[in-house]
Design a protein around this ligand. Structure first.
Ligand code: NDP
Ligand code: 8X3
Length: 259
């Protein structure tokens, strides 16, 4: 069966000011999808919204939003103008890692940030957007998990646990939504060169660059393409989980480096 057209649909994408979220917003815009764009950095957010509207002739609606703030998330979704209320696609991408410390040495604040963003933030946004999808009997939720949700690595402890939670929440959602006409997908990338490692190492760019040294990691565009492919499958097809690793990566803990 041919792929379905996404043109004219409305997508809500979180974490669009960088990396996978920005690439996904660009790829959706190229498909003619109207975009609700959310992240905290207002300048980047508004610039992207203006750029995509001008470049692709789509409509965009930017929301400066911290997904960790349950009240702000609920209020932002409740305040969506009528034109934006029927969300067809939700991409729960906003997320981060903080630190790579052993559990007995780690910073509690790093844990709070990862759990609040990757797990609770994803839940808050989903809880606010999903009732509309269920009411309309159609929609697609794409969660951005990770290979780290399938396998732990040294110092990954809490980050890996948050992505394992995303995997389990995705499965649970599919069960809760069975028969509701809403598809749910977990996209699980391996190493993707974005601002991810800079954020993980609190701005230490030299340490971040070492993560991808001597190997070719995935790009944010590789992941965006996989998200688009999951979305444009025929309506009776639900891509449940998609694990995508660089050719130079065999598992969460094994990468082939030439330098
Ligand atoms: P980036 O750091 O490049 O982008 C993260 C995005 O999330 C930014 O736009 C940031 O925007 C947003 N974000 C972070 N915290 C919040 C928040 N509290 N509220 C709203 N938005 C937030 O990293 P990636 O693109 O790599 O990461 C995107 C997703 O992909 C994450 O869930 C990550 O765990 C996952 N992932 C990444 C992999 C990688 O190797 N890069 C591999 C597997 C999964 P702002 O700061 O403006 O709010
Ligand atoms: C992000 C990639 O390598 O830290 O999920 O697991 S990694």
């Amino acid at each position: 069966m041919p792929s379905i057209s996404l043109k004219g649909q409305v997508a809500f994408v979180t974490g669009v000011t960088s990396g996978i979220g920005a690439a996904t917003a660009r790829a959706l815009a190229a498909e003619g999808v109207h975009l609700i764009l959310a992240a905290r950095r207002a300048e980047r957010l508004n610039a992207l919204a203006a750029e995509l509207a001008a470049q692709h002739g789509i409509e965009t609606y930017a929301i400066v939003l911290d997904v960790r703030d349950a009240d702000a998330v609920a209020a932002a979704v409740a305040a969506l103008p009528e034109r934006w209320q029927a969300v067809d696609i939700l991409v729960n991408n906003a997320g981060l890692s903080r630190g790579l410390d052993k559990l007995h040495e780690a910073d509690l604040q790093d844990w709070e940030e990862m759990i609040d963003t990757n797990v609770k933030g994803l839940l808050y946004v989903t809880r606010a957007v999903l009732p509309g999808m269920v009411g309309r009997g159609r929609g697609h939720v794409v969660n951005v998990g990770s290979v780290a949700g399938r396998d732990a690595y040294v110092g990954g402890n809490v980050y890996c646990a948050t992505k394992a939670a995303v995997a389990m929440l995705t499965r649970g959602m599919r069960m809760d939504l069975l028969g509701a006409g809403v598809r749910v997908t977990n996209i699980e990338p391996g190493m993707v060169e974005t601002e991810f490692s800079q954020v993980r190492f609190h701005g230490d760019e030299a340490r971040a660059a070492k993560v991808y040294q001597g190997m070719t990691p995935l790009t944010a565009e590789d992941i965006a393409e996989s998200i688009i492919w999951s979305l444009n499958r025929p309506a009776h097809v639900n891509i449940q989980d998609m694990l995508i690793l660089a050719t130079a990566q065999a598992s969460a803990t094994m990468a082939h480096r030439t330098a």
